[in-house]
Design a protein around this ligand. Structure first.
Ligand SMILES: Cc1ncc(COP(=O)(O)O)c(C=O)c1O
Length: 449
């Protein structure tokens, strides 16, 4: 597979042209990568209406993912999520009421920001008490039941799968349900770009989603910020036509060519033995998971490239386990009181896995810690819409004083950046407990007269 963006920038850098254009470093080395950091100069194409090397590279990605079109984002899935929801908004007839999205409650804050910008209403699908904040696995039956209670069908169904804890919903079953009701299915697949390359594919686009975003940078060897917005061949063609404009609505007009080169190079990487490397990596990870199980380290069952030991079962909090791993030269993706998440790709070599395994084996086993009893995530009263709440005057107050106040900008622990209370909702005593549990000192609330 050709790499037109990589080739163009390399030739340009090699030519040592005097750069009388942005960026201000002029290709001189400060951090080391500046020679390859260009802007939309002549021949380098324009991401908001590509006809040259960017169009060619996106076509390569499109053919790899088998979509109607795969668009590049240099601003992560956060941008692609806003574009997906803007597309749904453009499909709502003029004069109709504000579109309503039926969404899993574990949505990333980018979803909430999109709702604020586009003035969307949300009906939430809630997690079971055991799932807490991070997960919200939805079955087709759950979806049917939720649709049956709605006065009007939603403008879209929006799910996060896989989530931060590697839990996945039955996207094929849910897509069939959405199709039967004529509702587009949008999937936040930020954690699942690699699912395309499993045999068989478990990527949302192959399971019937209308559109989805992938943070290529999370599971593929792509620089931070590199992401895809995929539109299905089954999607209304007018959505595909409008997608570029909806990305442009929220994107910077200065896309990073370092990230674009990285996405471009990834196309070649994915066609150059990646499936085999991924399969070999999955075998190594499965063997590691089994070995840990044999040594009495239980794990959360999850998608194959995450390893989520259950620290409390062996006497540790997630924070304590993360500290132990750090002292052994291993850094986890995420940890909190109850979880520790390790993300693995084929770029983790045998030495990485050996170091992780040894550190976990060395850990002295202690008596299991009980799981903290946390309030369930439940429906709230919401005096304000998400947009009104996020765009109203607000103030930060101590969490302990927040009961009864209306949540303004969402409070999240980052990662996983899932709002603990939704903007516009009245904060309950249970929320105060949750906010404190997730380490929040202050919360942003609406200034009330
Ligand atoms: C589930 C989920 N969705 C969306 C995002 C946003 O992705 P990005 O960082 O690529 O903008 C994240 C980031 O961590 C995420 O975990």
């Amino acid at each position: 597979m050709k790499t037109p963006i990589v080739d163009f920038v390399k030739n340009y850098a090699d030519a040592k042209t005097a750069r009388f254009h942005m960026p201000g470093h002029k290709g001189k080395s400060f951090l080391g990568m500046e020679a390859l950091d260009i802007t939309e100069i002549g021949g380098a194409d324009v991401l908001s209406c590509p006809h040259g090397i960017l169009a060619e590279s996106e076509e390569n990605a499109t053919s790899l993912f088998g979509t109607a079109h795969t668009f590049y984002s240099t601003e992560g899935s956060s941008l692609a999520i806003k574009a997906m929801l803007a597309l749904v908004t453009t499909a709502t007839p003029r004069g109709a009421s504000r579109p309503r999205i039926l969404a899993g409650r574990n949505a990333h804050k980018a979803f909430l920001y999109a709702c604020a910008l586009l003035d969307l209403q949300v009906t939430w699908l809630y997690p079971s008490p055991e799932e807490r904040l991070c997960s919200c696995v939805i079955t087709p039956k759950d979806l049917e039941a939720a649709l049956a209670t709605m006065e009007e069908p939603p403008a879209a169904v929006y799910l996060t799968s896989p989530d931060y804890l590697g839990q996945t919903s039955d996207i094929a079953g849910i897509a069939a349900c959405c199709r039967a009701h004529g509702i587009p299915l949008l999937v936040d697949n930020a954690h699942g770009a690699y699912l395309k390359f499993l045999s068989p594919s478990r990527h949302p686009m192959d399971l019937g989603a209308t559109m989805c975003c992938d943070s290529a940078h999370k599971t593929l060897p792509v620089l931070t910020g590199g992401a895809y917005l995929h539109l299905s061949k089954e999607a209304d063609p007018s959505l595909v036509e409008r997608a570029r404009g909806m990305l442009a609505l929220f994107a910077s007009t200065s896309p990073s060519y370092l990230i674009l080169q990285s996405l471009d190079a990834c196309n070649r990487y994915l066609t150059n033995g990646y499936r085999e490397r991924l399969a070999a990596c999955l075998e190594r990870v499965a063997a590691l998971k089994e070995a840990l199980g044999d040594k009495g380290i239980p794990q959360l069952s999850c998608e194959p490239l995450k390893l989520i030991p259950a620290p409390r079962a062996i006497g540790y909090t997630g924070e304590a386990l993360a500290e132990h791993l750090r002292s052994a030269g291993v850094e986890a993706e995420f940890y909190d009181d109850t979880h520790l998440v390790l993300m693995i790709t084929p770029e983790n070599d045998a030495e990485d896995l050996r170091r992780l395994e040894e550190a976990l084996f060395r850990l002295p086993r202690k008596e299991a810690l009980p799981s903290p009893a946390l309030p369930a995530i439940l429906p709230h009263t919401a005096p304000l819409s998400i947009r009104e709440a996020i765009l109203s005057p607000s103030q930060a107050i101590p969490v302990a004083l927040a009961e009864g106040r209306i949540c303004a900008t969402p409070t999240v622990s980052c990662p996983p950046a899932i709002p603990i209370v939704i903007s516009g909702e009245r904060i309950t005593a249970a929320d105060v407990e949750l906010l404190a549990h997730y380490g929040q000192d202050t919360v942003d609330v609406i200034v009330e007269e």
